[in-house]
Design a protein around this ligand. Structure first.
Ligand code: CA
Length: 230
C-alpha cells in the first residue's frame, strides 16, 4: 500500500505543525503550504491524495483554491476537507457550494480530524484507507467497530477501541501516557495521565479474557506498547 500524500494549506504555524505532526504519526506523507498560491503550485507539481484547506488563506483564499482545484480536469476529484473558524465563517462556507468533501470547524481535536480524513479517504479512495488491520491474533475493523482476538469477539468501549487502534498502528513502539492522551483523547482536553492506566487496564482485561498472552507491555516509567508475536 502506498503512503497517502496529504497537502495541508494552513497559514497558522502552530496549527500547521500540529496537523503535520499528527498526520505523519498516522502514516500519511504531509506537505504544508502557507498560502493559497503555494498550495496551487504544489498541487500542480504533484497531485496529493487529499487537501486540508484553510478557508482564510493569504494571497489566494481557500474558497478560490477549492474552485480552481475543481475547475481542472486533473484535480476535479481531489478530496478536500475545508478548515473553517467557528461561527459566521463556517456557516457561510457551508452555505456556498464550494465543492469541498467535508468541513471541520476550528477548534477541533486531532482525533476528530484524523477520523474525518480517514472517512473521506475511505469514501473517495477506498484503497488508501485500510478498513481493517491484523496484527498477530488481533483484528480491528474500523468500519464495523469490531475487534476479534483469536477469532473471539472482544467488546470494547469507544476509548479502549481508539487506544487499541492507535497501538495497533505502531506495534512495538512505546508510547508515554501523555502521547496516548494526545493521540486518543486529543490534545485540547485536560485529562489526568492516570486515566490512561485505567483504560489500558480495561483494554487488557477485554483482550486477555481468553487467557492468551498479554499483548500490552508496560514499560516502567515510560509507558505502554503493543507486542505481538508473529
Ligand atoms: Ca488562516
Amino acid at each position: 500500500m502506498t503512503t497517502p500524500y496529504i497537502l495541508v494549506a494552513e497559514d497558522e504555524d502552530a496549527l500547521a505543525t500540529l496537523l503535520q505532526y499528527n498526520l505523519t504519526k498516522d502514516g500519511y506523507e504531509v506537505v504544508v503550504a502557507q498560502d493559497g498560491e503555494e498550495a496551487l503550485m504544489l498541487i500542480d507539481e504533484r497531485a496529493p491524495d487529499m487537501v486540508l484547506l484553510d478557508w482564510m488563506l493569504p494571497k489566494v483564499s481557500g474558497i478560490e483554491v477549492c474552485r480552481r482545484i475543481r475547475s481542472k480536469t486533473e484535480s476535479r476529484n481531489l478530496p478536500i476537507i475545508m478548515l473553517t473558524a467557528r461561527g459566521e465563517e463556517s456557516d457561510r462556507v457551508r452555505g456556498l457550494d464550494t465543492g469541498a468533501d467535508d468541513y471541520v470547524t476550528k477548534p477541533f481535536s486531532m482525533t476528530e480530524l484524523t477520523a474525518r480524513v480517514r472517512a473521506v479517504l475511505r469514501r473517495i479512495r477506498p484503497a488508501l484507507a485500510e478498513d481493517s488491520v491484523k496484527r498477530g491474533d488481533l483484528v480491528i475493523d474500523r468500519v464495523a467497530h469490531r475487534v476479534k482476538r483469536a477469532g473471539r469477539d472482544v467488546h470494547l468501549g469507544p476509548t479502549e477501541f481508539r487506544l487499541l487502534d492507535h497501538l495497533m498502528q505502531h506495534p512495538g513502539r512505546v508510547f508515554s501516557r501523555e502521547q496516548l492522551l494526545d493521540a486518543v483523547w486529543g490534545s485540547d482536553v485536560y485529562i489526568e495521565a492516570r486515566t490512561v492506566d485505567v483504560h489500558v487496564g480495561r483494554l487488557r482485561k477485554a483482550l486477555n479474557a481468553g487467557e492468551e498472552a498479554d499483548p500490552i507491555r508496560t514499560v516502567r516509567s515510560a509507558g505502554y506498547s503493543l507486542d505481538l508475536e508473529g
